[in-house]
Design a protein. Structure first.
Length: 532
């Protein structure tokens, strides 16, 4: 069978990538599934899925990510957050990787990042794993065959999982490396099979390029009211806060689950697919996502399965709690055809508070929204990682610090300006614990979270009575039809009010200590919000 499909305008040889054993351009899903299984990269699962294990790396390797320190980006990269790599070290890395690729078989996918043609990025992924080609074909946006004939990539990602970097020679930390060179428009990835490195490399590129064009890049999911793209909402949140689950509301139209841009014309998805966590996934709780796990060509990453029946065990986290499924957006029945909508009427900031302090929902002023956006708070529950015996705060600025190339204030001020221009309503939603911290309290009822979100998105919540929270200063509903009043006041859910007060003071102190780093860069209104 011939694997060649499209002869693109710019071939690998034109990019200095020569001497390969074979290069397959823009294969479709059936050919990529077949190649993945034939080459022994994974197992053919139920319905024609591809089941893969990524070995030692079951998540991203943020400490192994570098930005090449060239003159054109010297003054605009957030170097405290992005480890620098010398241009000379990158050149050695590039040449050594090209030598490593000699005689090997590679798979090329030419794709778009961005549903808005005015801001999209043309990206080429070159990888030695066929399933990586399938994965990125799901995650980014697929050009028409006629467009591929003239495709000329702006950025190229070369991913060689079998390549091992040399820290002394390549100026990196370990044998694993992710090196982003904005001047060369090139990303090099070595010694990691984790699929997420591919998509997050694209996100990092867009996070640097788009603010200069007045576009806010966001680590968020998004949806809109059925039949009305002007009623859009975005959901910021770190992993485990419900970003994918809550945006996939069957009563609304899904725009995307992870990465979006906000231009003067509205919001648009960067991607063409979803990358959903599968730990504890059930048909009852998340039927739309569950159905994708037996859909032809879906990629299931690090999911435990029965070797005889191929049945998935989504409750088994022996490989990782970060098991995932990748699938195209059209696999979700209520997905948008355009992946675009108007400016967001509502901005939701999701947090999983394992301290049991925050209310299930709170209304934020624009200044408070910037404060919580820059804070990017969630919490790890005790027992989720070795050595964690009590809840641990996680502050990831802009709800995505590992992907932020510029300083946080750049994104914060851009968001603040857009909220001021368009009058978006802002909400903080806690999907974590109530009635006590993790181990004492219980998880916030998902039914209550969905009901409160629905009330906010439909405008009903704006008509109820609010109180001022004594700890953070934001507004909290006093009573909402269908919701237990006690749930809206976290202190009432604790058996010991004094214990709640002590826990609240502790959390406020954590917020203040983290936010001190941003105080020199923010305006007086945000400083006031930081002080409650």
């Amino acid at each position: 069978m011939s694997l060649e499909r499209v002869n693109p305008r710019r071939r690998l040889e034109d990019q200095g990538i020569t001497g390969l054993g074979a290069a397959h351009y823009n294969l479709l899903e059936p050919a990529l599934v077949q190649a993945s299984i034939t080459r022994g990269e994974g197992t053919l699962g139920l319905g024609g899925t591809v089941l893969v294990s990524t070995g030692v790396h079951t998540g991203r390797s943020p400490k192994d990510k570098f930005v090449v320190r060239t003159p054109d980006v010297e003054d605009s990269i957030w170097w405290e957050n992005n480890a620098p790599m010398a241009p000379e070290a990158f050149e050695r890395l590039h040449q050594d990787m090209l030598a490593h690729m000699q005689g090997r078989e590679y798979f090329v996918q030419d794709l778009y990042a961005g549903a808005d043609p005015a801001y999209r990025l043309d990206v080429r992924l070159v990888t030695e794993l066929a399933w990586h080609g399938l994965f990125i074909r799901h995650m980014l946006r697929r050009p028409e065959a006629s467009e591929l004939a003239t495709f000329d990539p702006e950025f190229t990602i070369i991913n060689c999982p079998t390549f091992r970097a040399d820290p002394a020679r390549h100026g990196c930390r370990s044998e694993t490396v992710i090196a982003l060179n904005f001047e060369r428009k090139l990303v090099l990835i070595g010694a990691s099979e984790y699929g997420g490195e591919n998509k997050k490399s694209v996100f990092s590129i867009l996070n640097y390029l788009l603010p200069a064009r007045g576009v806010m890049p966001m680590h968020c999911s998004a949806n809109h009211a059925k039949g009305d793209p002007s009623e859009a909402a975005i959901f910021f949140g770190l992993s485990g806060t419900g970003k994918t689950t809550l945006s996939a509301d069957p009563e609304r139209t899904l725009i995307g689950d992870d990465e979006h841009g906000w231009s003067d014309d509205g919001i648009f998805n960067f991607e063409g697919g979803c990358y959903a966590k599968t730990i504890n996934l059930s048909r009852e709780a998340e039927p739309e996502i569950y159905e994708t796990t037996t859909r032809f060509a879906s990629v299931l990453e690090n999911v435990v399965f029965d070797p005889d029946t191929l049945e998935m065990d989504f409750d088994d986290d022996s490989l990782t709690v970060n098991a995932r499924v990748a699938y195209p957006l059209e696999a979700i029945p209520n997905a948008s055809d355009t992946s675009r909508a108007g400016v967001p009427k509502n901005i939701i900031m999701l947090t999983c508070d394992a301290f049991g302090v925050l209310p299930p929902i709170a209304r934020l002023s624009p200044a408070q929204a910037m404060y919580h956006f820059l804070s990017g708070f969630t919490a790890k529950a005790a027992g989720t990682e070795r050595g964690i015996t009590e809840p641990q705060p996680t502050f990831s600025t802009c709800f995505g610090a590992p992907f932020m190339a510029r300083r946080p204030e750049v994104y914060g001020k851009l968001l603040q300006a857009k909220i001021a221009q368009h009058g978006s309503s802002c909400w903080l939603v806690n999907t974590g614990w109530t009635g006590g911290a993790y181990g004492t309290g219980k998880r916030m009822p998902i039914k209550a979270t969905r009901a409160l979100l629905s009330a906010a998105l439909n405008g009903w919540l704006g008509n109820v009575e609010f109180r001022k929270d004594p700890n953070f200063g934001f507004e909290v509903p006093v009573s909402v039809p269908g919701i237990d009043d006690a749930l809206l006041d976290p202190r009432q859910t604790w058996a010991d009010g004094a214990a709640y007060d002590a826990q609240a003071r502790k959390l406020v102190g954590m917020f203040a200590a983290n936010f001190a780093q941003y105080v020199p860069y923010i305006d007086d209104e945000v400083k006031k919000a930081a002080l409650g």
